[in-house]
Design a protein around this ligand. Structure first.
Ligand code: GRF
Length: 221
């Protein structure tokens, strides 16, 4: 596994997306290795998932820090200690600033439950329902200083069905997010994707629109 992409995952909660990555790496489905899991919430159930898989964990709660910049500096050091090649924010519910973004620019991605640029921020399911959208989805994007605003790499779409509420829509999207995060980390692990001048390059070509996840788990332009 020496060539496996060294990946650090940041979480705040359940860690079901982390689990999908652990499973895919463990099964040899993607040439990546989760080397470190960091949570800003000590009680995050995802930490237990990591421990069960024998992955080193760290907890960094912002309560102990004077301000946001102080926390970010500590987080950057903690991430850097593992020497990751990729940092995945998978349900990490905290905005991070330049101290983290600068050293890892182009190597930090975030999973967000909407078809960006629609609905950055929270409450995406209800916002999609309120707007009468016929479809919803999830996106993975490079993290920049703008909340949920960096270049979008990949998306998965689910239908909005009559009678849906936020919970049913979230339940439909969850398993699709798991597929999306695995397929997108595979793109990094196989060195097929990079960020350049605010664009996403896949196999050296600029993406005109995000890749879409297909039923057979392929990401297609
Ligand atoms: C996911 O829905 C993701 O889109 C959002 O937070 C949730 C994380 O779920 N950012 P989990 O912790 O991976 O189960």
């Amino acid at each position: 596994m020496s060539r496996a992409l060294r990946t650090t995952v940041l979480i705040s909660g359940s860690g079901s997306n982390l689990q999908a990555l652990i499973d895919a790496c463990g099964a040899g489905k993607i040439p990546a290795q989760i080397i470190h899991v960091i949570s800003n919430v000590a009680a995050a159930p995802g930490l237990q998932r990591a421990r069960q898989a024998g992955i080193g964990t760290s907890v960094l709660e912002h309560g102990g820090f004077a301000d946001r910049a102080d926390f970010d500096r500590a987080l950057a050091l903690l991430i850097a200690a593992g020497e990751p090649q990729l940092v995945v924010l998978a349900g990490f519910m905290r905005i991070i600033g330049p101290a983290v973004l600068e050293p890892f620019r182009g190597r930090i991605i975030n999973l967000h439950p909407s078809l960006l640029p629609l609905y950055p921020g929270t409450g995406t399911y209800q916002r999609a329902l309120d707007a009468g959208d016929r479809q919803h989805g999830a996106s993975i994007h490079f993290v920049t200083g703008e909340l949920d605003g960096g270049p979008v790499i990949s998306q998965v779409v689910v239908p909005v069905l009559a009678g849906d509420d936020a919970a049913s829509l979230a339940a439909r999207l969850g398993p699709q997010e798991h597929r999306l995060v695995v397929a997108t980390v595979e793109l990094f692990a196989t060195r097929r994707v990079e960020s350049r001048d605010g664009d996403v390059l896949v196999d050296g070509e600029r993406l005109a629109r995000p890749l879409r996840l297909q039923a057979d788990d392929r990401l297609v332009a």
